[in-house]
Design a protein around this ligand. Structure first.
Ligand code: SIN
Length: 281
């Protein structure tokens, strides 16, 4: 395989060409993939044809797999590691989670050990009159940190926010048991990427319900201002999906949201795995 890394030309994201993920990946190739992933925050491979088992095996190259509440409801039969993200229904029943994240967020930020990253494999993608729909947008919270004025950096560095599982409106109401399993946690609002050492903002509207040491109204205003800053157009890459795309994002330096501009009969089906993570620093 001759691997080529093609940066998107925006603040984040790169295509990795020349890799067939259905073939064994040697350590050197894997190291190049992992290096590009750490550096660009989002990497994607076009025209892949992989089985659920190959998808899981590729995810395991990055460490443990994380299971989440979507998987408890919608996973690939025989593959509990893979969540089905889809708007398709069979016999009147949804085959997957339809709305996996319309608002800007970082996956499972409410967990004590939020996942390192997420891998989404596109099986069916919607289109209308030949125009692709159902894009996903990604924002670089690292580029957003770089662009902050020093005075604001000094004010927020070292502070921790409360991340509350119940803060975000979800496509389905969480059960009492899920809420009890996910009590509020505190994470630094300026994180350091564990592999590159790059700093980034780690703040989201709804998930963050307060900042330690700052009065509630002021904290709410600061959370809103930082959340808006992170998603300014200059920090964004928008991915237009094609069937066979496998895309992975870093949940420390990157936030994302799914664009919900399609509906049946336009079908969208993705398989998603999540990597285990560590306590944020
Ligand atoms: C997600 O937030 O994990 C799903 C993103 C998408 O469906 O585009």
């Amino acid at each position: 395989m001759t691997l080529e890394i093609i940066p998107s030309g925006t603040a984040l994201a790169a295509e990795i060409a020349g890799v067939d993920l259905s073939e064994p990946i040697d350590d050197r190739t894997f190291a190049a993939i992992e290096g590009a992933y750490n550096e660009h925050g989002v990497v994607f491979f076009r025209s892949q044809r992989i089985t659920p088992e190959q998808h899981v095996a590729f995810t395991r190259r990055f460490g443990e797999i994380e299971f989440n509440i979507f998987g408890e409801r919608w996973s690939v039969p025989g593959c509990p590691e893979i969540v089905v993200v889809s708007n398709i229904t069979e016999d009147g029943k949804p085959i997957g989670i339809r709305r996996a994240g319309e608002n800007w967020h970082s996956d499972m930020c409410y967990a004590a050990r939020p996942p390192r990253g997420t891998i989404l494999y596109a099986i069916e993608t919607p289109e209308l009159h030949g125009l692709p729909l159902g894009d996903t947008e990604f924002a670089s919270a690292a580029a957003a940190w770089d662009a902050l004025p020093d005075s604001l950096r000094r004010c927020i560095e070292g502070r921790r926010a409360v991340f509350d599982f119940t803060g975000r409106k979800r496509a389905f109401p969480p059960t009492r048991e899920e809420i009890e399993r996910n009590p509020p946690v505190r994470h630094p609002i300026v994180r350091t990427h564990p592999r590159t050492g790059r700093k980034c903002l780690y703040v989201m509207r709804d998930d963050c319900t307060g900042i330690d040491g700052i009065d509630a109204p002021e904290a709410e205003a600061l959370i809103g201002a930082l959340a808006d800053h992170i998603v300014k157009p200059r920090f964004i890459y928008r991915h237009q999906w094609r069937p066979g795309d496998l895309l992975m994002w870093d949940n420390c330096t990157v936030q994302h949201r799914a664009i919900q501009d399609y509906d049946l009969p336009q079908r969208r089906m993705m398989h998603r795995t999540t990597m285990g993570g560590a306590v944020p620093t």
